[in-house]
Design a protein around this ligand. Structure first.
Ligand code: F6R
Length: 592
């Protein structure tokens, strides 16, 4: 979950590393550091806090080093302090390592190292890597790394530089993301593509077990046995501007407002390829959707659509639960793994274990070339561009667009449904035009400590998503529930201090929702509603109503999810919270 960046070239490395780290800050932001080879010795600087603390402390230092590595940390082992921040070094200060992921056997390694008189200084698992490489070094850094990784257990990626071989970086991918960026007379590594965008769009994603020897004039990639591999670079379709705020206060707000375009791009992508996948969902006895967080909520929406149009039963399972379940899975099943990053450990490994049992693996990912993309039998892409805000927004609606396009490809009425789908970007634009009104409403509720989100049918996953958005960025406790379940327990929570957010478009469960709203009101609960324009009955019941254009009931999640995103955003911003980098979270979760 940490961010890694590395540079070997002809320009001062520090500037490249700091720019890269700023673009990776969404990966982790409790401390940051860099290591460079300056005049034959290691220069290391680490700071607790955001990247700007690191920038302040190195500002004005005229370092000439042209090779270096950098890191932004999301702590797993050891408290947040300078000692535990990366890079970590061996005892002689000759090797520096930055690392992402977890070394599961580090305690064992630490004891072994201490028996060899190594002084282990930090509380991290990372430090073990630096010592291991130093102990294995016999004149060849690549060899030392290849020997060192034989002793490591876990899922990780790391990069190492050494004063012994000052002109190179050696880096490894084993379960956590790492991509190589190809430049002219300069090369890069990074945990994520956005760090590379100001410098190059030509990348080689590494596969698990691969090791790269990266120098200014060349990149050599090896398997874990040291055999040289031939790998093609891919062109990333994103540009550097797409990973900038573009005048918005936060990435999250920019990404919410990008949705008409990202939806349009994603929908057109599917229409132009005529929803092509080289098999039919109907060839399988069951679809199993695996995903985490927001992507899981998209999967829940997709279940309704796929069951309705493809007529195949769909189970939607949290990836972390599927991985260790004893569910019978085999070749008659198709797994749809949904992941913005394509690197989420739970999603990848649960999907891969199902694939090992014979299931077909279809992925929906935003990052082309990500691990899940490469590991799948087939991938469908959301054309949402880079998503930097930690809270997923535009990728959620883009995932919906892919799922809906896939589902309606089984309908006899595909042409008409497609025409309706094509209207969605314009209608989302209309919802965004009332952002100020949504802000006004949101601020009235910024002082509450608890909230309920209710919806039925297709609006139930939207309620879950609304609650997730609110809790993750505003730290207000929020629960999402299927409205019909309320009377089986959660209704006990309702009082004047717990407002309820209802997702209530005019669909087949509309009347039932109105009854549920009455039940909330009868217990003195305040109600904020999202419903269709002109719905006077709902307006009458709600304390505050956000109205969206009316659409066919299948399409409502595209429109109702935008107000819940904005509602959460405006509350968090009003409370002065760090919207793009909420506490304790990281954009891509590459640990279990
Ligand atoms: C919430 C959020 C997370 C992610 C989850 C899965 O706003 O962003 O819940 O949805 O970590 O991430 P991906 O989609 O990258 O697998």
């Amino acid at each position: 979950m940490c961010g890694i960046v590395g540079y070997a070239g002809k320009n001062p490395a520090l500037l490249v590393l700091l720019q890269g780290l700023e673009r990776l800050e969404y990966r982790g932001y409790d401390s940051a550091g860099v290591a460079l080879i300056e005049n034959g010795t290691l220069f290391i600087e680490k700071k607790v806090g955001k990247i700007r603390e690191l920038i302040r402390s190195v500002w004005g230092k005229e370092l000439k080093a042209t090779v270096g590595i950098g890191h932004t940390r999301w702590a797993t082992h050891g408290e947040v302090c300078e000692l535990n921040a990366h890079p970590h070094t061996d005892n002689r200060g000759e090797f520096a390592v930055v690392h992402n992921g977890i070394i599961e056997n580090y305690r064992e390694l630490k004891e072994e190292l201490q028996r060899l008189d190594v002084e282990y200084r930090s509380q991290t698992d990372t430090e073990a890597i630096a010592h291991l490489i130093a102990l294995n070094y016999q004149g060849d850094l690549l060899e030392a790394v290849l020997k060192g990784i034989k002793k490591l257990k876990g899922a990780y990626a790391f990069a190492v530089i050494s004063v012994k071989e000052p002109n190179k970086i050696v880096a490894v991918r084993y379960g956590s993301p790492l991509v190589v960026g190809i430049g002219r007379g300069e090369n890069f590594i990074a945990s994520d593509i956005p760090a590379l965008l100001p410098f190059t769009r030509k990348v080689i994603p590494l596969d698990d077990g691969e090791v790269v020897d990266l120098r200014p004039d060349g990149v050599h990639i090896y398997d874990s046995e040291g055999n040289l591999l031939v790998k093609e670079a891919i062109d990333v379709p994103w540009d550097a501007i797409s990973a900038e705020k573009g005048g918005f206060k936060h990435f999250m707000l920019k990404e919410i407002f990008e949705q008409p375009r990202t939806l349009g791009d994603t929908i057109r992508g599917y229409i132009s390829r005529d929803y092509h996948i080289p098999f039919s969902l109907r060839d399988f006895r069951r679809v199993i959707v695996v995903a985490c967080g927001t992507s899981y909520h998209a999967g829940l929406v997709g279940k309704y659509w796929i069951e309705k149009y493809a007529r195949v039963p769909v189970d939607v399972v949290y990836a972390s639960e599927l991985r260790y379940s004893d569910a019978p899975i085999g070749e008659k099943d198709i797994i749809i793994a949904i992941s913005q990053s394509g690197e989420t450990a739970d999603t990848r490994f649960s999907a891969l274990s199902a694939k090992d049992k014979g299931a077909t693996l279809l992925s929906i990912v935003n990052v082309i070339g990500s691990a899940l993309d490469r590991e799948s039998d087939y991938s469908l892409y959301t054309h949402a561009g880079p998503e930097i805000g930690v809270a997923a927004t535009k990728t959620f609606t883009a995932q919906l667009a892919v799922l809906y396009s896939l589902a309606i490809s089984y309908s006899e009425d595909k042409e008409r449904l497609t025409e309706n789908l094509l209207k969605i970007p314009g209608l989302v634009e209309e919802v965004l035009s009332i952002a100020d009104r949504i802000r006004e409403i949101a601020l009235k509720y910024a002082g509450y400590k608890n909230m309920l989100y209710l919806g039925r049918h297709l609006s139930y996953p939207v309620a879950l998503e609304g609650a997730l958005k609110l809790k993750e960025i505003s730290y207000i406790h929020a629960e999402g529930y299927p409205a019909g379940e309320m009377k089986h327990g959660p209704i006990a929570l309702i009082d004047e201090k717990t407002p309820t957010f209802v997702i209530c478009p005019k669909d087949k469960v509309y009347e039932k929702m109105l009854s549920n709203i009455e039940e909330v009101l009868a217990r003195k609960g305040k109600v904020i509603g999202v419903g269709f324009q002109g719905d006077s009955e709902l307006r009458e019941l709600c304390n505050d109503l956000i109205d969206v254009p009316s659409v066919h009931e299948d399409l409502t999640p595209f429109l109702t999810s935008v107000p819940v995103q904005l509602f959460a955003y405006y509350i968090a911003d009003y409370l002065g919270l760090d919207v793009d980098q909420p506490r304790n979270l990281a954009k891509t979760v590459t640990v279990e």
